[in-house]
Design a protein around this ligand. Structure first.
Ligand SMILES: Nc1ncnc2c1ncn2[C@@H]1O[C@H](COP(=O)(O)OP(=O)(O)O[C@H]2O[C@H](CO)[C@@H](O)[C@H](O)[C@H]2O)[C@@H](O)[C@H]1O
Ligand SMILES: O=P(O)(O)OC[C@H](O)CO
Length: 723
């Protein structure tokens, strides 16, 4: 079995320094809880931060290191400044609230970005240092979003996975981050990027399209010549362990004590990290509403809320704690009696036995985060109910809600609605409670943490490795093959290859640098230059008419082989379908604001480059479907391009230009073709053996080499000129 290198901000254990002793204890948090057992069973390493060790003596530090090494944990010590700027700063003041849709909590400046980047570099360096060929690296969570990209640079052939444990917000939210591009590119260093829910995958794909122009095809996206997979892998828990613990005599005794001390009060339970995403204030208000509405429940209801201290140095958490304290005090002041207290609030961590006793003893479990990646407490509660009793009230904004449909789903912003759900839970007949709990438990057992780890790793390890399916070599390395004497013919696509995309076709006119470059290339006696474009011949003539280059318009329908020669069309091409297709495209242009139709002699194009990227891509798919449905018998091709859908006559393609041009050249001429979109694939296909084909971009291609885009294409052509 391949070794697993886990990389997460926190190790699954934390250093705990007491007065004269030091030890390592299990960290709180879903990630630590979920992956501890799989890590124990795998033979790999876990790299991460063991917590604050600044006050340890040298002897204590080596004691800690020995204990960590026994657990196969590799510590990465964060300095005080890293804790404050990388962990508390960028990770928890910026990314955490942003991914949880809390834009108003994100600071106005991103001064901690540098610290975030540098800390990510340290994690990547340490992981790369411990990496052995054949290892699988699995990076976790939002604190380390740049690590996959950094690892890819250090270990181009490594198998790298990344899992995002918190929500991936809609692209509208993610777009507000000034560093969005860097973060997205960082994630794309991975081979597989996992999320808890399909909706997060959708948001991520939309964000890639909007900001990097990358179109995800169901579960994969091409980036820098590599195929990156994305998928939903809902995380589970160690259900068997929770179930076993819930049946232990110690736990059952504890549950009995809990009930005895409650003197017949019904038990509502909430267990969370004290985090403003967990919805504790509104949950408390809902309990208050229940007591307000039904006086008969006063003295008969006990809400036990346990909150484990978390990120206490971050001001928002300190303020949140005050808010919770205040509401608890108010409810107890209002509805407490000398005999009973409605809210029992514990601000501390519990051990597993105490935790499970509360799960097992609860009548109603309240899991009502305002936003949560998954929420494992909901699953732990169900696993700890082998008695098949107890009701789960679950927020529809927790990732877990997608799977746990038998819970009472609530809108955590709707206090009245939550109060209704609590009443419904308290009144629910036993048979219904059991039915629901049976279904919930079946899901929790089937999709447990072992299933989660296995499904992610199986997918990751089943992918062809970069070594098996290497990215295309850099186009620059092909230059040598073109050096030396002998004639060469260059076929150059225009849009997306020689120039970048502009909002309108007119705005993508050639600039002075490009004109000079083409002038110099065509002046070379050993080079013959042909511009092969989808543009109309009038445009090519106006731009390049004076240059001694071959011009080929409308994908080769029209050609002007040499300067001064007339344009001629390919014979036998039918255009009759145009009059029927045009109204369909016009209707799309009218309905999709910002899109427009371009008409050429033989073809039609619907452009959506000025339309919102996600919406445009959706509409383009719909248009293609409609055209296929209506016109499949017509002698025309429907071609998706870069933010354009083109309809062209059959029998016309850029490949025909290559064969026509080469008829007039000696057989040993060397051929170079450069292009970026699907129409250029015909060009590449027609290049004879021994020729060089270079794709400018990230798409699937039959070309043998790849360059990034127009700036690199120009660098390539300049290098060809010896510049
Ligand atoms: N008082 C207490 N004492 C002891 N233990 C306590 C405790 N309160 C909570 N815990 C434990 O901490 C864990 C909390 O996990 P969650 O999934 O609920 O949230 P968290 O936000 O930490 O995790 C992040 O990662 C997980 C896993 O991916 C996602 O589910 C989640 O959405 C994301 O925010 C649970 O295992 C729970 O038992
Ligand atoms: O205590 P933190 O900040 O490491 O957060 C733990 C949570 O599980 C975050 O995913």
């Amino acid at each position: 079995m391949a070794r697993l290198l886990l990389v997460s901000n926190r190790l699954p254990v934390t250093v705990k320094a007491e007065k004269d002793s030091v030890s390592v204890v299990r960290s709180a948090g879903g990630l630590a809880t979920g992956l501890s057992r799989p890590h124990e069973r795998s033979g790999g390493l876990w790299i991460g931060w063991p917590g604050d060790v600044s006050r340890l003596t040298d002897a204590q530090r080596s004691q800690v290191e020995q204990q960590l090494s026994d657990l196969r944990c590799v510590p990465l010590y964060l300095s005080a400044s890293e804790v404050s700027r990388f962990y508390e700063g960028y990770s928890n003041r910026v990314l955490w609230p942003l991914c949880h849709y809390m834009l108003d909590r994100v600071p106005r400046q991103d001064r901690d970005w540098d610290a975030y980047r540098k800390a990510n570099e340290r994690f990547a360096d340490l992981a790369a240092k411990h990496y052995q060929p054949g290892d699988t690296i699995w990076v976790h969570d939002y604190q380390l979003m740049l690590v996959p990209g950094m690892l890819r640079q250090r270990l181009p052939h490594a198998r790298i996975g990344y899992f995002h444990h918190i929500p991936f917000p809609s692209s509208e939210i993610f777009s507000t981050l000034p560093r969005r591009g860097e973060l997205l590119r960082g994630l794309l260093g991975a081979d597989l990027i996992g999320f808890h829910a399909v909706s997060y995958v959708r948001h991520f794909s939309g964000t890639l399209l909007r900001h990097l122009g990358l179109d995800t095809d169901i579960d994969r996206v091409l980036f820098q010549g590599r195929e990156v997979r994305v998928g939903a892998f809902p995380m589970g828990i160690d259900a068997t362990a929770f179930e076993t613990l819930a049946g232990e005599p110690g736990v059952l005794d504890e549950v009995k004590t809990l009930h005895e001390r409650a003197h017949g009060e019904r038990l509502l339970v909430g267990i969370d990290r004290l985090d403003y995403t967990k919805g504790i204030p509104r949950r408390l208000l809902a309990v208050q509403r229940v007591l307000e509405r039904d006086p008969s429940l006063r003295g008969r209801l006990r809400f036990i809320q346990v909150a484990v201290p978390s990120r206490t140095q971050v001001q928002a958490y300190a303020e949140y704690r005050e808010t919770v304290d205040e509401i608890v005090g108010r409810i107890n002041g209002l509805y407490g009696t000398v005999h009973s207290t409605p809210v029992h609030y514990l601000y501390r961590s519990l051990n597993e036995k105490q935790l499970v006793s509360l799960y097992r003893g609860a009548d109603v479990m309240l899991v009502t985060p305002v936003r949560d990646g998954m929420n494992l407490v909901a699953k732990e509660f169900c696993a700890a109910r082998p008695d098949e009793d107890g009701v789960l009230v679950l927020s529809e904004f927790a990732g877990a809600a997608a799977e746990m449909r038998d819970a009472l789903l609530v809108n955590p912003y709707d206090v009245e609605g939550m109060a209704d759900a609590i009443e419904q839970a308290l009144e629910m007949p036993k048979a219904e409670r059991q039915d629901r709990m049976r279904c919930l438990r079946a899901g929790v057992r089937t999709r447990d943490v072992h299933w989660w780890v296995a499904s992610f790793l199986d997918r990751l390890q089943g992918l062809p490795s970069v070594a098996e399916k290497p990215p295309l070599p850099d186009g620059m390395t092909a230059l040598d093959k073109l050096k030396g004497p002998g004639r060469k013919v260059l076929f150059l696509d225009y849009d997306g290859t020689l120039v970048g995309f502009a909002p309108t076709p007119e705005q993508a006119a050639p600039d002075a640098e490009l004109m000079t470059l083409l002038q110099e290339l065509s002046a070379r006696p050993d080079l013959s230059v042909h511009v092969v474009s989808g543009r109309p011949r009038e445009t090519l003539e106006a731009w390049f008419g004076e240059l001694p280059v071959g011009l080929h318009a409308e994908h080769g329908l029209w050609s002007r082989m040499r300067r001064g020669q007339p344009w001629h069309a390919l014979p036998g091409v039918s255009f009759e379908w145009k009059s029927q297709v045009k109204p369909v495209l016009d209707a799309f242009a009218a309905r999709v604001t910002g899109s427009f139709v371009e008409e050429k002699t033989a073809s039609l194009a619907w452009h959506y480059r000025r339309v919102d990227a996600e919406f445009g891509a959706l509409q383009a798919r719909e248009l293609r479907l409609l055209l296929f449905e209506k016109f499949s018998q017509e002698p025309m091709h429907i071609l998706p391009g870069d933010r354009v859908v083109e309809v062209r006559p059959r029998g016309v393609n850029k490949g025909r230009v290559v064969s026509e041009v080469l008829k007039q050249e000696a057989p040993d001429v060397r051929v170079l073709a450069l292009g970026d979109d699907v129409t250029d694939e015909d060009l590449f296909a027609a290049v004879p053996p021994g020729g060089i084909t270079v794709h400018a971009g990230n798409k699937h291609t039959r070309a043998a080499y790849r360059v990034e885009g127009p700036p690199e294409v120009r660098r390539f052509l300049k290098a060809l000129l010896g510049k």
